[in-house]
Ligand binder design. Structure first.
Ligand SMILES: Nc1ncnc2c1ncn2[C@@H]1O[C@H](COP(=O)(O)OP(=O)(O)O)[C@@H](O)[C@H]1O
Ligand SMILES: [Mg+2]
Length: 234
């Protein structure tokens, strides 16, 4: 059966949908043939090696806003179908109790969740997950909001990893918050995701950043994150 990874965070705009889409494309190995050695040929580079084999990914879009489904529609219009990547909307997830069994050949199921005004949907996804990825921006509001999400994950007794997203270039507040987070002994991912236009720009074209801009810093971060999360569920 596939490994199930839920992306959850009660605060909207934290980067759930973005992280879900970029991770999916990185794992599906799409665009990795161009995986350049043009930059950062150091330890980071080796850690960011993409998975050798292309993975088969099922994305489930539990957000009624369906932004992930919109992205996928743009993608299929522009690039055609890809047998390694499927996105299903919440309606299909609800109406088909055999969905996961039908996709048992998938390597990963990634579930994108709505903000927790729809807490039932997030809980349901977390309950069947092997790992929960919690994106959070480096702001007090996001950090506080994460506590509710972490409590939900703890209630379901699931492992999780907090991914700091849209991390600004060095700023005093960022340093302060980072120090505070480290002191709290939270399960922080080693990989931080920067505030980079390439994340949104690639999604606008229905793509992931690793395929649209493979030698960008944004793509390097996603490859690192994909590797880090992969090791946690392996
Ligand atoms: N690392 C990032 N750098 C720049 N923009 C980002 C980044 N992550 C997310 N965004 C932007 O922030 C907005 C909210 O992201 P989204 O993934 O939709 O969050 P959520 O699904 O948690 O509501 C979107 O406009 C997205 O393009
Ligand atoms: Mg979203």
């Amino acid at each position: 059966m596939p490994k199930v990874i839920t992306v959850a965070q009660q605060k909207g705009g934290a980067g759930k949908t973005s992280i879900a889409a970029h991770l999916a494309i990185a794992w599906a190995g799409l665009g990795t043939e161009q995986h350049g050695r043009s930059f950062r040929q150091d330890m980071d580079y080796r850690m960011s090696e993409p998975p050798k084999a292309r993975k088969n990914i099922l994305l489930i879009d539990l957000d009624p806003q369906e932004s992930l489904s919109d992205w996928f529609r743009v993608r299929e219009d522009r690039l055609g179908k890809d047998e390694n990547l499927t996105v299903v909307p919440a309606s299909q997830w609800r109406s088909n109790p055999n969905l996961l069994t039908e996709h048992r050949a998938a390597d990963f199921v990634i579930i994108d969740t709505p903000p927790h005004t729809e807490v039932a949907a997030a809980r349901e996804a977390i309950r069947i997950s092997d790992l929960v990825v919690v994106p959070a921006q480096l702001s007090p509001m996001d950090i506080w909001a994460s506590e509710g999400t972490l409590a939900l994950i703890a209630e379901e007794d699931k492992p999780c990893v907090i991914v700091l997203n849209r991390v600004p270039p060095r700023a005093r507040l960022a340093d302060e918050l980072m120090a505070q987070l480290k002191a709290e002994d939270l399960p922080l991912a080693r990989t931080h995701v920067g505030n980079r236009i390439a994340f949104a720009a690639s999604m606008l074209h229905g793509m992931g950043v690793t395929e649209a801009a493979p030698s960008s810093l944004a793509a390097a971060e996603i490859r690192l994150l994909a590797g880090e999360v992969l090791r946690k569920v392996a």
